[in-house]
Design a protein around this ligand. Sequence first.
Ligand code: FE2
Length: 242
Amino acid sequence: MTDTAALMPRRREVHPDPYFLDYKTSITRSPSLPLLSMESTPSEETGPRFGHNKLGALDNNLISNFTQGKALAVGERIRVHGRVLDETGRPVPHTLVEVWQANAGGRYRHIKDTYFAPLDPNFGGCGRTITDENGYYEFMTIRPGAYPWPNRANDWRPMHIHFSIFGHAFGQRLISQMYFQGDPLIDLCPIAATVRDRSQLDRLVAPLDMQNSRGMDYLAYKFDIVLRGRRQTMFENKPEGM
Ligand SMILES: [Fe+2]
């Protein structure tokens, strides 16, 4: 397919500042020296590639993938779905979408998570899928709980699901978070506040999607993800770094 879209520079003013005082760990994580641009390598531009045969049948079902269908996770059953699109609105097919999240009580299955909400023996908290030819993806999962985190005296993360999208090559990987419509903690969260433009933050908030929910079964949330265009990403790698 020929890509004839115009090159569009990244709009850095809408991206979060890496250094944000209310988000304590951003102080040590943010660069203290000017960034250097580096040439991308062939492996960053061409690999890795994933095939459907590498995925298990339950990989996009977090309600049952941890036990391989033997038991179900505790929590509100939800369906999260949408499309991965490039900057010009075209679908990005056959791309790997990975998610990870806390359980219904707000606890991650991770050695460093010591929050006293219990682990759910039937919930792992990770899933993956590949977009179809229309860029469409879907997950079945449970609604993650909000959780407290050591930042300021009493900070809580809103309910959220972490997303990774690979695009067509490793160098295009995008990591972000999906929030839930109507969660009052979004407006109190220092991490959400790093996105200064409200319209940009709103694009991370998935609306309730009753049309695609199922009675007596699950609610649906719709979350479309817009990557940069394929040509723009390659352009960006050279003069600006990734
Ligand atoms: Fe999280």
